[in-house]
Design a protein around this ligand. Structure first.
Ligand code: SF4
Length: 446
């Protein structure tokens, strides 16, 4: 009862009011910034960003005071069952990314290494484990889990990382193992995943103390479908010249599709974001003022360098207009069917980008390159995320030989800033952009 009262006061009354005021002020700030800085290298800011921040802050605030059962889940986990059972969902990977974007991750990584863990494992895992070992709250107080759900469709790291979490908190761990899809998914693979999902439902029900309603599951899945389809449309506004959005914007605006898919508020938010971007398309408002070069980004972002890299590129009239990482959250929209929940969930979550062959990833690069008419590709060789970085050298060679496009491999890490030399990376990036400009100039002259 006391917990419930605290929740109402802190979240429903005070939190809502303060976040609403903050969001209004932020909107005003963004509008003014867009009007004042005509000479800025960036285009006017996306005003919906204020609402997105509000949505995500609300989510984290709810987590601090929640009275619901809490599940910690991997980023590609089939969360629709948990949502239908009214769990509060927390994504350690997203929290680690947030720490990275706020330049708070490296300290937590060092904390985890000091405690136990080697430098080689994924920095997201180390941010999370560092936070637990040292009991630090760099962003907000995180809700303790009652259940852990890990899906191996993104990597094997999560299998061991989430096992450690389940041991620390002494709570049930559900693992959904998804066979790697080399070519096309077959029936045996689908049945294998479906059986595991079926077996996991009673555990989820037992921890939540509730029974799964098929009607509610369908509703959640239909919100997932709508949100994912809208997300894809949002990303595809980048076809326009100039692109109204940058990959850096998509890294920020993907917060709801990762953390809050399956929810109505996400659908409503993406509808508004899409209409703002359509307005920008209609009025030729670009993410940068002078879009001369359009690039594609592969792999996760370098979270602690978002502002620095985007500014450096914008000064060279270059925009990274899209990323395979953001696209991975939209490309499977057509597979979601709320009328066949179990089949549909088994199929989508088995076929996420990281669970498919490097060849299939190359096909995605090819498709985006063609549809978005980019001038070159930057491949982030990410020390943390081995499954994403696997085969990138071959992919770079294929981009150059098959697509006749320049490709650039940048070595870094998504959240660990220790071995990243910004000046060195800039020098190489500058040479890469000059090469593209030269190619464009030569092809025009011919
Ligand atoms: S290794 Fe890659 S997929 Fe796995 S948790 Fe780390 S970033 Fe995510």
């Amino acid at each position: 009862m006391i917990k419930r009262i605290k929740y109402i006061i802190n979240v429903e009354v005070l939190g809502k009011l303060l976040l609403l005021i903050r969001s209004k002020l932020e909107k005003l700030r963004l509008k003014t910034k867009g009007k004042l800085k005509k000479s800025n290298i960036f285009g006017p800011p996306i005003i919906s960003s204020a609402e997105m921040k509000n949505l995500m802050s609300q989510h984290y605030l709810k987590g601090m005071y929640t009275t619901k059962k809490v599940a910690w889940v991997t980023s590609g986990a089939p969360i629709e069952f948990l949502l239908a059972l009214d769990y509060y969902l927390f994504y350690p990977e997203n929290h680690a990314a947030l720490c990275g974007a706020r330049k708070l991750s490296t300290e937590l990584i060092e904390d985890s290494e000091e405690g136990l863990y080697p430098q080689d494992i994924c920095s997201y895992a180390k941010v999370n484990l560092g936070w637990i070992l040292k009991n630090k709250d760099p962003i907000s107080k995180l809700p303790k889990p009652d259940l852990i759900l890990a899906c191996t469709n993104i990597c094997q790291t999560v299998l061991y990382w989430y096992q450690v979490l389940a041991d620390i908190y002494k709570i049930p761990l559900i693992v959904i193992d998804t066979p790697f899809v080399y070519d096309t998914i077959n029936n045996d693979q689908l049945m294998y995943v479906k059986r595991q999902l079926n077996d996991s439902i009673p555990i989820m029900e037992k921890v939540s103390g509730k029974g799964l309603s098929e009607k509610r599951l369908r509703e959640v899945l239909s919100y997932s479908r709508e949100a994912v389809a809208l997300w894809l449309k949002i990303l595809m506004t980048a076809k326009h010249r100039p692109s109204p959005i940058s990959a850096f914007d998509t890294f920020i605006h993907m917060g709801p599709i990762v953390n809050l898919r399956g929810e109505r508020r996400t659908v409503l938010y993406y509808q508004r974001l899409l209409s703002e971007l359509e307005y920008r398309v209609k009025n030729n408002i670009g993410a940068i003022r002078n879009e001369e070069i359009r690039l594609l980004w592969d792999n996760l972002p370098i979270w602690f360098m978002l502002r620095e890299i985007s500014t450096f590129l914008a000064k060279m009239n270059t925009n990274i207009i899209a990323a395979t990482f953001s696209y991975a959250w939209g490309e499977l929209a057509h597979l979601i069917d709320e009328n066949r929940p179990l089949d549909s969930i088994s199929s989508i979550y088995s076929q996420v980008l990281l669970n498919r062959s490097p060849l299939s990833k190359f096909e995605v690069l090819k498709k985006l390159t063609k549809e978005l008419e980019v001038d070159g590709i930057i491949l982030h060789s990410n020390r943390s995320c081995k499954p994403y970085s696997l085969g990138q050298i071959d992919q770079r060679n294929c981009i150059v030989s098959e697509l006749s496009l320049p490709a650039f491999l940048i070595e870094a890490d998504q959240a660990d800033s220790r071995d990243f030399n910004f000046n060195q990376a800039n020098m190489r990036l500058e040479a890469f952009i000059e090469e593209i400009k030269e190619r464009k100039w030569r092809s025009k002259a011919q």
